[in-house]
Design a protein around this ligand. Structure first.
Ligand SMILES: Cc1cc2nc3c(=O)[nH]c(=O)nc-3n(C[C@H](O)[C@H](O)[C@H](O)COP(=O)(O)O)c2cc1C
Length: 201
């Protein structure tokens, strides 16, 4: 099969997200200009550079009755955010935080997740996350959109990295033990539970 997504869609549900997978989930915490904490999962997310470390995520569409999703609007105001990671253990809470909460509603409260004070940014971190990446906003990029949906890429520099010592073994990261979850298409997720080594030529 071959198709041009701008012209046709031979599937009942657009399969694009099932073709690029697994996508890591950046569980983004931010804070509003009024000091209300916010937390939401973003799977158009990844690390994009390491000297200095940089990450990006994309906010597609808006919240009900608002131009931007809360994460984007908060980050544009405060220029800071934290990337947390959802695990097998916190999957249900991650899902709760994807709900369409109002800007003055704190998803940490509704998901019963504990916060942890971050070291270098005012935004709280998710206590139960094996890793927290404290970020400063570098820039936003408006993406092409075929509809009224606003799509924006947010790029941040990671200025502080917390790693739970439990996941450091022999001076290396024990990735499998973290039980990160990642997104596939539809309502499908996967857990990273195996690995193999391949030395670079
Ligand atoms: C696993 C998962 C991944 C998601 N990835 C994205 C994404 O990459 N971009 C996006 O705009 N929305 C994504 N969403 C939807 C947002 O989490 C949802 O719109 C949320 O309400 C946004 O919250 P905010 O307004 O507090 O930023 C995702 C939802 C889930 C459950």
């Amino acid at each position: 099969m071959f198709y041009e997504p701008n012209k046709e869609n031979p599937f009942k549900i657009d399969p694009f997200k099932s073709l690029v997978f697994p996508r890591p989930i950046g569980w983004i915490s931010s804070v509003s200009i009024n000091g209300v904490a916010n937390l939401a999962p973003y799977s158009y997310f990844n690390a994009i550079a390491d000297e200095p470390p940089q990450v990006m995520f994309c906010s597609n569409g808006s919240s009900v009755n608002r131009k931007y999703k809360d994460s984007l609007s908060n980050i544009l105001s405060t220029k800071e955010f934290v990337v947390n990671f959802a695990t097998s253990e916190t999957r249900e809470q991650m899902n709760i935080t994807s709900g369409d909460f109002k800007p003055d509603e704190d998803e940490f409260y509704f998901s019963k997740l504990k916060t942890k004070k971050s070291k270098l940014v005012k935004v709280p971190s998710v206590k139960n996350s094996p890793v927290n990446l404290e970020c400063k906003l570098l820039r936003t990029i408006k993406l092409k959109s075929n509809s009224k949906k606003i799509s924006t890429m947010i790029i941040g520099e990671v200025i502080g990295i917390y790693i739970n010592n439990k996941f450091i073994k022999n001076n290396r990261i024990d990735s499998i033990a973290m039980r990160y979850i990642a997104r596939m298409g539809y309502s499908e997720y996967t857990t990273i539970d195996s690995k193999f080594n391949l030395r670079r030529k």
